[in-house]
Design a protein around this ligand. Sequence first.
Ligand SMILES: [Ca+2]
Length: 262
Amino acid sequence: MRECRKYGSVRGALGNQRSYRDPFMGIGDASLIAHWRFDETGGNTAYASVGGIDGLLTGTSIFDPVGGILGGAVQVDTTVGSRVDMGNNFMFGSVDFSVQAWIKTTSTAGMMPVIKHQGGSFNGYFLAVNNVGDGVSATNCAHFYVSDGKTGASSTIVNDGNWHQLVGVYDVNNSETRLYVDGKLEVTGGFNNMVPNSQPFLIASVGYVDEVRIWNHALILSEVQALYEQTNNPVPEPATMLLLGSGLIGLAGYGRKKFFKK
Ligand SMILES: [Ca+2]
């Protein structure tokens, strides 16, 4: 795994096209309050599979039906003002919550794959990549911000063109913010009370974004790890399940490896 500012070996690509059934049943279901899959094949609406708040693609934002970590993804470029806009929703008080976005980018521009924030003062929250002017030096890395309680930069480089899972956690009981990258806890940071705003909840990245989720719960390591692992190893498809019963799983696995190899 590459680390920020060290430039070691490069993570293998996870592959672009995946056929899957929902692999997440049971992980944080009770506290999942929003989920966008970005599996649409066209149009300007990102339908919520949980939560009922759809997103509007603005500017040059476009769906890529086969480009996601699971199924399709949305491609956005906040440097030209193109985003996905969920409206003035998901403004929380000082209560536990967690947000996830999977991203794929090679950009060094400051970006917020998830943002609910008014510029110019301490308020709201965002997941950020690169430097976004909040005092965290995070070139090539990610961090999480909640009303100026913020983690430092991740150790993992997240703009290397591979898919990365980012999860930001606001944990009131432990008075901390946390950032997980690719199923691992990377940075624990400071805590402030939430300062509300009336800004829209946006996907404001540069590149691909998939599997954006919000929970009204402070996810713990085992939950984040399970989400990461099950995204990389989706539940076997029905055809594979049949092969399981006939002892041909090795052959199916071989075929799958060939299919996903880049
Ligand atoms: Ca997807």
